[in-house]
Design a protein around this ligand. Structure first.
Ligand SMILES: Nc1ncnc2c1ncn2[C@@H]1O[C@H](COP(=O)(O)OP(=O)(O)OP(=O)(O)O)[C@@H](O)[C@H]1O
Ligand SMILES: [Mg+2]
Length: 345
């Protein structure tokens, strides 16, 4: 995936050995290279603090990299920041719509900022609001919108100038599954109609699995894996059988390794992950061997590989264990508090 020369292709995004160090010592992005092809939806996944927003900020010409180069739509983001900004749409991780303006005013404001011809502003806004199912609420203040409506408003404002490349930084954070599904439906439709390239960061691995054609997993500023979701899961080599003994058992690991069909065994916090081309076939033999060996089993589960498993495989940690009150969560909480205070006034 490493790009050795800039791709001139319009609609593409190229990162070449990008790095960003904050304040001389926080290495937020640590030499990443990738290429997003024109028209594809590319997922950039990683836990809190992995470097996702920093990468998006560099690619969208909002932040200078410490080293490396980036090209968006064939343009160097450092040499042509304004041209890049005109060609892209961004939905930021933080809420950027103004709660004290109506939905319509927010979209119109974005249209003017992006230089949409005056004669077209009204009709584009109407069409987008209807499309995003916020037409009925167009003249209500944005702070009265539900979370899902507000995110759709942000999406409408981000694409009002019909960009060829769309950046979405945690666009569905805090939405319920229905709200997330609704949001993605619009992104999918827009992508097909306008052949838009979409670069999306997300915490929701299962969402990325269903939506993204290719993904990169970033951890501590480095890309640890990339490919299609299917390729990454195939690299795990089959099902994952998780075995939890009733008590720590020194003999269990050797027993698991000796099972026909067990291709690898990994200990994790007192339990074991056994990989096998067919988990269902492994389990009866596994249970029988444990009964024979006098090893008590608290649980045995079989999972088809998911992106959670992919993350665990490439980083050695569970994806969720990094979660805490992150920059992401704080931003969402702050904007909600800000809006609630605004509503009371
Ligand atoms: N302006 C800044 N000054 C100093 N450090 C920063 C700054 N912005 C981000 N960082 C640090 O850089 C690292 C990467 O942050 P970044 O926001 O890019 O991560 P992220 O993957 O977007 O995380 P999240 O999932 O929480 O949004 C973190 O350690 C963060 O604390
Ligand atoms: Mg972020």
């Amino acid at each position: 995936m490493a790009a050795t020369s800039p791709s001139p292709a319009s609609g593409s995004i190229v990162a070449e050995d990008l790095a960003k160090t904050y304040g001389g010592n926080v290495r937020a992005v640590d030499g990443i290279s990738f290429e997003v092809r024109p028209g594809e939806i590319f997922g950039f996944l990683g836990p809190n603090g992995a470097g996702k927003t920093t990468t998006v900020s560099i690619l969208t010409a909002g932040l200078g990299a410490t080293s490396g180069r980036a090209f968006v739509d064939g343009l160097d983001v450092v040499r042509h920041p304004l041209a890049v900004k005109r060609r892209i749409g961004i939905v930021f991780q933080e809420m950027t719509s103004d709660g004290d303006l109506t939905g319509r005013e927010n979209i119109e404001l974005a249209a003017h900022l992006y230089g949409v011809p005056r004669a077209e502003v009204r009709s584009r806004c109407e069409a987008l609001m209807a499309r995003m199912q916020i037409g009925e609420a167009a003249d209500r203040l944005a702070k009265t919108y539900s979370g899902g409506m507000r995110r759709r408003l942000e999406l409408a404002a981000g694409i009002v100038h019909a960009p060829s490349i769309l950046f979405l930084d945690e666009p569905t954070l805090g939405l319920d599954p229905q709200g997330r599904a609704g949001f993605w439906k619009f992104v999918e439709e827009l992508r097909h109609e306008h052949r838009m390239t979409v670069f999306v960061t997300t915490h929701y691995l299962e969402e990325a699995d269903g939506m993204c054609e290719r993904i990169a997993i970033i951890d501590h500023g480095k890309i640890v894996a990339h490919g299609t979701p299917g390729e990454l899961k195939d690299r795990l080599g089959g099902d994952i059988v998780t075995v939890q003994p009733t008590a720590p058992s020194p003999a269990l690991e050797a027993l698991l390794r000796s099972l026909p069909g067990a291709t690898s065994v990994q200990g994790l916090d007192g339990s074991y992950r056994v990989k096998s081309p067919s988990g269902e076939k492994l389990v009866p033999a596994l249970v029988e061997a444990c009964v024979h060996g006098g090893i008590g089993l608290a649980s045995v589960s079989v999972k088809r590989p998911s992106l959670d498993e992919v993350f665990l495989e490439f980083t050695g940690r569970e994806f969720r264990e990094d979660e805490g009150a992150s920059a992401t969560d704080r931003a969402v909480m702050l904007s909600r508090v800000r809006d609630q205070l605004g509503r009371r006034r």
